[in-house]
Design a protein around this ligand. Structure first.
Ligand code: SOE
Length: 385
């Protein structure tokens, strides 16, 4: 089988996980990476054992050995880099959020559809086997009609005021921080599992740490800080938010996000309550799905190929009791993406769970509606798309 040539632009925190995941697929060749300068690209290329390095992403896009480009740059570069990939007629995998705002998100969705290529946004929690199990149970009516969808996505890596990341800089991260970075994951997962769309929101946002201290370099996610000469930086974007939700199937919901909550590492939880039963999944205990009932004992369904539904089996790689993890779910998402790429991105060949630029655009609309709701003093706002 001829290998597919892959190139990556933006070798920061998540880039190594993209490279690791595609290497594990076996039929993808990591051809090159592009960074902000030739020197930094070469350093990263050595680290990731990639042969070619480009200091200019346009040169990487023009490389004839590359058919698919992963965009893992900070948010403000999503639009120019991804548009250039689409203009070159190449397949594209973009990190979330798809763009800085809904206007940019729409541009990218339209350009992707017009380019007739595969376009994927990394809402990677969809790749977890028990997420797919929960989605199937809701879709088959096992939960009964949903009345409530709730949860949270909490982290602590921004609790230290010495963490100043591009996410806090509106020019690079956009007007939002926690909602765009991790609220986008939660809402995508909630809609994906519930099989329903959020139609209106009421949001309350807060900036717990309004002044951060920058060393000049953008802090990587989850990496601790060290001393040095630091400049105070005013931060206006939210690092904490709570949102009430209404869904198009009549369900109500709510979720909170925060990145300044000590002890919460990557604590994403989603619970759906149907009239017949409830389901709860937590990212940090991702090998179990809680099933809650009123008239029978509650139980924890283990991620075990002999216990999950048949259509979930491609997402499970190890027997029960053998824990699978974030990286395995990430690889599942990219496996689906490359399956679509092998089909040349034909819309009818897209694997059903795979998130596209349509989902990425939708997410930018949801976050924008939440910002609007908060700015209006905490008012119900309809999602416009
Ligand atoms: C940082 O908050 C981050 O890396 C997110 O950007 C990812 O999308 C999430 O999966 C883990 O946390």
């Amino acid at each position: 089988m001829k290998k597919i040539g892959m190139g990556l632009v933006g070798p920061g925190f998540v880039a190594g996980h993209h490279i690791d995941a595609v290497r594990r697929l076996g039929d993808v060749d990591v051809v090159a990476i592009a960074g902000s300068s030739q020197q930094s690209a070469e350093k990263k290329a050595r680290e990731y054992k990639v042969d070619r390095a480009y200091g200019d992403y346009k040169a990487l896009i023009a490389d004839p050995d590359i058919q698919v480009i992963h965009n893992t740059t900070p948010n403000h570069l999503h639009l120019p880099v991804t548009l250039a990939v689409l203009q070159a007629g190449k397949h594209v995998i973009s990190d979330k959020p798809l763009a800085l705002n809904a206007e940019e998100g729409r541009k990218l969705r339209d350009a992707a559809v017009a380019a007739k290529v595969a376009h994927v946004v990394t809402f990677n929690y969809r790749g977890n086997p028990l997420v797919q199990q929960a989605r199937g149970m809701v879709a088959r009516g096992e939960t009964g009609p949903l009345s409530f969808v709730r949860g949270y996505y909490l982290q602590d890596w921004m609790s230290d005021p010495n963490v100043y990341s591009w996410r806090s800089d509106p020019a690079k991260g956009g007007a939002t921080s926690a909602l765009g970075d991790i609220g986008s994951h939660w809402c995508d997962l909630a809609e994906h599992v519930a099989g329903a769309k959020i139609v209106s929101v009421l949001a309350d946002l807060a900036t717990v740490i309004p002044v951060r201290y920058s060393s000049g370099a953008s802090a990587e996610a989850f990496v601790g800080t060290s001393g040095g000469n630091r400049q105070p930086m005013q931060v206006n974007a939210e690092d904490l938010a709570s949102v009430l939700l209404r869904f198009d199937n009549g369900a109500r919901g709510c979720f909170s996000v925060g990145q300044v909550l000590p002890g919460h590492k990557n604590d994403l939880e989603l619970e759906v309550n149907g009239r017949a039963l409830s389901l709860k999944w937590r990212q940090e205990e991702q090998n179990e799905l809680w099933i809650g009932r009123r008239d029978q004992p509650n139980l924890n369904l283990a991620k075990d190929p002999s216990l999950v539904c048949r259509d979930v089996l491609p997402y499970v790689h190890l027997p029960g009791g053998h824990q699978e993890s974030w990286a395995d779910a990430f690889r599942n998402l990219l496996r689906d993406a490359y399956q679509w790429i092998r089909e040349d991105g034909r819309p009818e060949a897209k694997p059903a769970p795979l998130p596209t630029f349509e989902d990425g655009y939708r997410s930018t609309c949801l976050v924008e509606t939440m910002l609007r709701s908060h700015a209006a003093g905490g008012r119900w706002e309809q999602v416009q798309q």
